[in-house]
Write a protein that binds this ligand. Structure first.
Ligand code: UDP
Ligand code: MG
Length: 308
């Protein structure tokens, strides 16, 4: 019996390219050696993507078509796909041709060698200059804050073995961050070097704000170091303030200086108020995370599921 593979594609308003993309996948994956299922997660598209998805057919592959009730976001769409997986491995790939399906065969070969997770490592990225810089800074920060290393130059494009897919799906947290959790699993990782293309149709469906929120999510979900930092900054400010006060007192005593330097004090006060508000907001971020986790609301809701 052939081993089974699942190609998982999150879809949000990709009506222009989704059929062409599925055809491309079909033409490059080794359908002779494996039974493939393409899982399409329609994440609340409003451009008719679902109508196109519904009509997709293939003689060489199966389809699992899942429609979410509304737009739940990239991460939730991916986890909807993972939680519905029944195959031996899952390849997660974006629908916009940025991740080139020609590398799927290489990912599978690495999996056959025993790697439970195989990551597509971007050795070159065509375009997206600003995003490249942003991602560099993000990964530096993320890994400073996290106790295990989240591989850089790696995105969602990857192959994950069924055993890890199960563990990921079984994690009780609601707000799941794939890049972090995939690394958290600590399983045997293999790499395939890839060149990332430009998006073929339409614009990115992830605004900069979403990307920024995702990065903050990543850092806060995997580290409480920011909380400790607040304490550190607090202590540092106290020490500086004590020395400053002693200096002022001595200055007044010996040099007849004026201790009532209103402006300086006011500036100090404003600085500390700002820091306090900033610290409060970090606390707030963690509390909001706890708030959403305790509710245990599902990360996505499925409206329809079609097996073709
Ligand atoms: N996507 C999704 N839900 C969203 C936003 C995006 O399922 O809310 C899908 C999108 O259709 C694409 C993938 O996630 O297949 C990555 O999105 P995009 O290419 O827009 O992100 P970028 O590459 O710009 O980070
Ligand atoms: Mg993209």
């Amino acid at each position: 019996m052939k081993k089974k593979g699942n190609i998982l594609i999150p879809v949000f308003n990709e009506s222009k390219g989704i059929e062409e993309f599925c055809n491309l996948i079909e033409s490059v994956v080794p359908t002779d050696s494996y039974d493939f299922t393409i899982t399409l997660i329609d994440d609340g598209s409003v451009d008719g993507s679902w109508e196109i998805i519904k009509n997709l057919k293939s003689n060489l592959m199966n389809f699992r078509k899942i429609k979410l009730t509304r737009n739940f976001g990239h991460q939730s769409a991916i986890f909807a796909g993972l939680e519905n997986n029944e195959e031996d491995f899952v390849v997660i790939i974006d629908a916009d041709f940025q991740d080139d399906p020609k590398y799927i065969a290489d990912l599978i070969n690495k999996w056959e060698l025993g790697h439970k997770v195989v990551l597509a490592r971007k050795v070159r990225r065509n375009g997206e200059f600003l995003k490249k810089i942003y991602t560099k800074i993000y990964f530096k920060l993320q890994n400073k804050f996290t106790q295990f290393t989240i591989p850089k130059d790696v995105g969602h494009y990857s192959l994950i073995d069924l055993s890890i897919v199960k563990s990921l799906s079984d994690l009780p947290e609601v707000n799941k961050f794939l890049l972090g959790l995939r690394a958290f699993m600590g399983s045997e990782v293999g790499y395939v070097d890839v060149i990332k293309n430009k998006r073929r149709y339409g614009n990115s469906k992830m605004s900069f704000k979403q990307l920024f929120n995702l990065s903050i999510d990543g850092i806060l979900s995997f580290s409480t170091l920011p909380l400790n930092l607040i304490g550190g900054v607090g202590v540092a400010i106290s020490i500086v303030t004590i020395f400053y006060t002693i200096f002022q007192l001595l200055n007044t005593f010996f040099n007849g200086g004026d201790f009532n330097q209103l402006n300086v004090n006011l500036l100090g006060l404003l600085f500390i108020s700002g820091l306090q508000l900033f610290s409060l907001s970090i606390l707030g971020q963690y509390i909001s995370k706890i708030f959403y986790e305790t509710k245990k609301r599902p990360a996505f809701i499925i409206e329809k599921k079609i097996i073709d």
